[in-house]
Structures are given as structure tokens and as C-alpha cells.
Design a protein around this ligand. Structure first.
Ligand SMILES: *Cc1c(COP(=O)(O)O)cnc(C)c1O
Length: 394
């Protein structure tokens, strides 16, 4: 069994993907070829965003808006601790300090109460209100942005997060790397009202290419213009007129060509993911000791991952090992919350600072999930978990 079966999708789209690749080989515009503009227009139509700027990866899609906003040393950016490393890495790369927020145990997404307290703690330089990095106690950092993550495909709690960010005058950068194709209150992910949104086209993401890629979504024309400059070395009027420090941050034409046929079937794939998730939930709801994802009625998860939470770490490890013996792959996202990563040791966070993130890292397990997963495969995964949780009965 595959954790994410990219070959099944390729078999379905082989003819159109190959035709698109051949077209690029024929016209030869490998950098910023016509497929880039075509993809950006189609992504704008899909999300409702006024502007889409494709780029080289999801990490760049997070970094470039921070650069465009001039975020750097002396600034604080609020990020969840329970996420992929890149969400906080980009903050550190600008020279700003990541302020880690705990997550809500039901959604695994940034806790609005945590964000509210952390903004106050930074403003007052008071770590008794919320755990703070050392730098934020020594020095009065300027709160500059919030990066909520739509973890595992589920939108963060924007009903609570948007008003908090607005009250603090902070732009919201939505990290939709795992959630593209999902919905929140009838709005598509990356088009739900954040100041800017970032997604990733890494092969295993809900919309993946055959290499690295990413995109930024915004309704702010001025921000989009700065992003287009940043992705080509801070170009001004032309490529050899450099008005700011930028990056080589372009998406390859070939990757855009590969994404176009995949975008055409994304809506159908999302339906297939819902069907798979329903079957998982029907099976798992009958099992005490494991909790499937709970998706609020106003959200549709893209199920970038299908992550379940066990009653304790021993049950999680037992399930992973029974499944491994049966040839069923699983992964732990994430083994270590970001506030405890060695690279952030200077910040001075300690174990126990963000207890929900730390607890989830011991009890969570991601199961195989993709649009081509058969009902029999889902039942086999769930049978493995059932056997692991009640070894005597098996
Ligand atoms: C994958 C991912 C990224 C980074 O995307 P890349 O394309 O790998 O650079 C950022 N944030 C989250 C939450 C991710 O899952």
C-alpha cells in the first residue's frame, strides 16, 4: 500500500501531462514560459484571489510576503509550534523572532486564545502572560504578522484569528501548503480573506507537481507587484534594474505545465478524499482509544494528511508497528514541536511551555490518504489499528 499514491493519478492523466510537457519542450521557454501565466490565471479563478504569484516552493511562498512587508530584526511573527518546520524557518531567515503558539487539541491548529495572550505578552515583554523567547523579554519586539497553518488540510479558526489580527494591526499570512482544494465557510483555501496566502506544490501535497513549486495569493495589487519583483532578484523596470534584494524564486515552466491538468481534476479528487475520510471515520468511530479528525460543519478538509490521535503514545506506537508488519505505511507528523527544535534552542523555550503541541507529537499518527485509496485498503488500515488496540481479541 502507498502512503500517497502518485502513480495512480499519473496513470489517469498520463496523456495530458505528456502533451503539456511536449509543448514546453517544443516552445523552449523553460523560464517564465506561457504556462506560468496560464496557471496563475487558473489558480486565481479557482481561489477567487485577485493576484497569484507562482514561485519555486512553498517555503519561498511563505518567505517572500515577509520580505515584501520588510519584516526583519526586531520584529515578532506569531506561528503555531505544531507544523512543518518551514512555517517558522522563514521567520528566522528574515532575522525576525518566531513567537510560538500552542494549538487547539481538536483541530491541531493555532489556538486563538494562545495568539491573543502571546500578542499581549510581546507587547508588555511579560513571559508570565505567555511563554516568550528570551529576545522578546530583553527587547521590545514589534509584532508584525501572524502565520496560521491549515494543518493536515483543515482551515485554521479564522473566525477568531482574523479579528485578533485586525485588532493588533497585523497582516495574516495563511499557510495553505497542506490544504489547497479545501474550503472554509464556502470560500476556497488561499482565497478566504487573509492578507496573503501561501501554498506548496511539493509532489505529496494536495496539488503537487513533479518537483518543487509554490504560489502566493493576495487581493493586494501592490504586494503582488513587489512579489513579482522579489521572485526575479528584486527587479525594477527590467531584469538588470535591481531595486531590492530578492531571490531566484520562479516556478519552472515545466512544473506549471504539469500542474495544469492536475488542477483540472482537483475538485473531483477532493470529493474522492471526502469519501475516503468518511469510510475511515465510520470504522474508527467504533474504536475506543483512537480519535479520527473532527471537521467542523463549516469546513471541508483537503486531507493533506489523515491524522488520528491515540489515547497514549504506547497505543500510537503499537498501531504503527502492527501496520508496518502488514506493509501499511504511516508517518508521524510531527515528532517534535518547533519550539523544542535544536535550531531554536537560543530562544530559550522549555519542555512544558506548549503542552498541547508536545502531547500531540507523542499520540498522533498519519494514515495512508489520497484520492485513489480503495475502500478495502481503508478497511485493512482500520483492522490493523483495531488489532493493535485490542491484541487479545485478534
Ligand atoms: C510542505 C509545507 C511547507 C513548505 O513547502 P515546500 O514546498 O516543501 O517548501 C510549508 N508549510 C507547511 C505547513 C507544509 O506542509
Amino acid at each position: 500500500m502507498e502512503f500517497i499514491d502518485l502513480k495512480a493519478q499519473y496513470r489517469l492523466l498520463e496523456a495530458s501531462i505528456r502533451a503539456r510537457i511536449d509543448a514546453v519542450l517544443d516552445h523552449g521557454h523553460f523560464i517564465m514560459g506561457p504556462e506560468i501565466g496560464e496557471l496563475e490565471r487558473k489558480l486565481a479563478a479557482f481561489t477567487g484571489a485577485r493576484q497569484v504569484v507562482t514561485c519555486g516552493s512553498g517555503t519561498e511562498a511563505l518567505l517572500m510576503p515577509l520580505m515584501a512587508w520588510g519584516i526583519g530584526p526586531g520584529d515578532a511573527v506569531f506561528v503555531p509550534s505544531f507544523t512543518f518546520f518551514a512555517t517558522a524557518e522563514v521567520v528566522g531567515l528574515t532575522g525576525a523572532v518566531p513567537i510560538f503558539i500552542d494549538v487547539d487539541p481538536a483541530s491541531c491548529n493555532m489556538s486563538p486564545q494562545g495568539l491573543e495572550r502571546a500578542i499581549e505578552a510581546v507587547t508588555r515583554q511579560d513571559p508570565t502572560i505567555h511563554p516568550l523567547p528570551r529576545q522578546a523579554v530583553r527587547q521590545r519586539l514589534t509584532p508584525r504578522a501572524v502565520i496560521p497553518v491549515d494543518l493536515f488540510g483543515l482551515a485554521a479558526d479564522y473566525d477568531a484569528l482574523f479579528p485578533l489580527a485586525r485588532a493588533a494591526g497585523l497582516p495574516v499570512l495563511e499557510d495553505g501548503a497542506q490544504s489547497f482544494g479545501g474550503r472554509w465557510r464556502d470560500k476556497p483555501i488561499c482565497g478566504l480573506g487573509a492578507t496573503a496566502a501561501a501554498t506548496s506544490f511539493f509532489p505529496a501535497k494536495p496539488l503537487g507537481c513533479y518537483g518543487d513549486g509554490g504560489a502566493i495569493f493576495t487581493d493586494d495589487d501592490d504586494l503582488a507587484a513587489r512579489l513579482r519583483s522579489l521572485r526575479v532578484h528584486g527587479k525594477g523596470e527590467h531584469k538588470y534594474d535591481n531595486v531590492r534584494l530578492g531571490l531566484n524564486g520562479r516556478l519552472d515552466t515545466l512544473q506549471a505545465a504539469i500542474l495544469l491538468p492536475k488542477l483540472d481534476i482537483l475538485a473531483e479528487e477532493m470529493e474522492a478524499r471526502q469519501t475516503a475520510a468518511r469510510r475511515y471515520a465510520e470504522n474508527l468511530n467504533a474504536l475506543p482509544g483512537v480519535t479520527p479528525p473532527r471537521i467542523p460543519a463549516h469546513c471541508r478538509s483537503a486531507y493533506g494528511q489523515y491524522s488520528v490521535v491515540f489515547r497514549d503514545g504506547a497505543a500510537r506506537d503499537a498501531a504503527a508497528s502492527v501496520l508496518r508488519e502488514r506493509g501499511i505505511p504511516t508517518n508521524v507528523y510531527y515528532v517534535k514541536p518547533l519550539h523544542l527544535q535544536p535550531v531554536f534552542a537560543d530562544l530559550g523555550y522549555a519542555a512544558g511551555d506548549l503542552p498541547v503541541s508536545e502531547d500531540l507529537s507523542r499520540r498522533i499518527l498519519s494514515l495512508p490518504m489520497h484520492p485513489y485509496l480503495s475502500p478495502e485498503a481503508i478497511d485493512a488500515v482500520c483492522q490493523g489499528i483495531r488489532d493493535a488496540l485490542s491484541p487479545a481479541a485478534s
